[in-house]
Design a protein around this ligand. Structure first.
Ligand SMILES: NC(=O)c1ccc[n+]([C@@H]2O[C@H](COP(=O)([O-])OP(=O)(O)OC[C@H]3O[C@@H](n4cnc5c(N)ncnc54)[C@H](OP(=O)(O)O)[C@@H]3O)[C@@H](O)[C@H]2O)c1
Length: 266
């Protein structure tokens, strides 16, 4: 089993630590480095994993290093990490939009890199994780990395060229969906329901839809047609959504997020 060092224990770094623990990586094989003292204290207290203060110490205690800082910090952090890495280390980057070749160029030398794009739901083991590796990561190493995170959600092997798409559809779109859910709750209030009831109903609707799609193994459009009777209530609402370019708005949002991920890498 690999030893893992996490650089940056913010939202995603914490989710990575949690996912590793859920995948039975022993606490003693996980360490992290975090700039914020209070945040580091919280991670130690909550998860019982070791904090290290220096990148050299992190590298010594790890086979795999997960880089979970903001993309804006990549240029500063990468040379520092690279100076401590040996040829046996694998660097796993979860930074949005930073390509493997950009990582190598910021690092100043070839590294063995895996790009991983998780979404926040790895926190509850229902995440989506896109993974792509540089050519010198062997299939056995890649598969062992996959198994480190396999209980955190759905792992999708992708060509690196599709990583921006995974960033958008997997990592950003939960926010789009949450906005939709928020709108449903407000809509419930608008038509007279108490807010707590509107919230409970909206969340249960989503749970029910997902459960049915999974159990029946049907396409969403098929399920939608099942509840859209001629001249009924549902088609009235659907017509209004389409008049407001609902589908087009979602497609555009996903496309814009993917484009932004591409911009971040340059
Ligand atoms: N949020 C998502 O859903 C999502 C999904 C997929 C991927 N990502 C990617 O995940 C990465 C992390 O995002 P996040 O939301 O977790 O960011 P975050 O909450 O800002 O966490 C990053 C942490 O790393 C610390 N840090 C920065 N430089 C450091 C260094 N040299 N050594 C140690 N710690 C350092 C930061 O401290 P300071 O703030 O003091 O610098 C911060 O506490 C980003 O690259 C993002 O693109 C996010």
């Amino acid at each position: 089993m690999e030893r893992v060092g996490v650089v940056g224990a913010g939202n995603m770094g914490e989710s990575v630590v949690r996912a590793l623990l859920k995948n039975d990586v022993p606490k003693k094989d996980i360490c992290f480095i975090e700039a914020k003292k209070e945040r580091a204290g919280y991670i130690v207290k909550e998860y019982g994993v070791d904090e290290v203060r220096k990148m050299t110490a992190l590298a010594k205690r790890s086979d795999v290093i997960v880089l979970a800082v903001k993309p804006q910090d990549a240029a500063k952090v990468l040379p520092e990490i690279t100076a401590c890495l040996t040829s046996s280390h694998i660097l796993v980057s979860i930074m949005a939009g930073i390509t493997i070749s950009r990582i190598m160029s910021l690092a100043g030398k070839p590294l063995r890199v895996v790009r991983m794009m998780p979404n926040l739901a790895i926190k509850v083991n229902e995440g989506v994780i896109g993974m792509a590796a540089s050519p010198d990561v062997s299939p056995a190493e890649f598969s062992s990395l996959r198994s480190l995170f396999s209980r955190a959600g759905l792992i999708v092997d992708v060509d690196e060229a599709h990583m921006d798409a995974i960033t958008s559809l997997g990592a950003s779109s939960p926010a789009f969906f949450l906005l939709f859910l928020e709108a449903m709750i407000d809509a419930g209030v608008h038509i007279g329901l108490p807010r707590d009831k509107a919230k409970a109903i909206s969340i249960q609707v989503v749970k029910g839809v997902i459960e049915m799609l999974e159990r029946e193994q049907i396409h969403p459009a098929v399920m939608r047609e099942m509840i859209t009777s001629p001249g009924g209530t549902t088609i009235s609402g659907l017509a209004s959504l389409e008049a407001n370019a609902f589908k087009g708005s979602i497609i555009e949002a996903v496309e814009k997020a993917a484009r932004r991920a591409k911009e971040l890498s340059s």
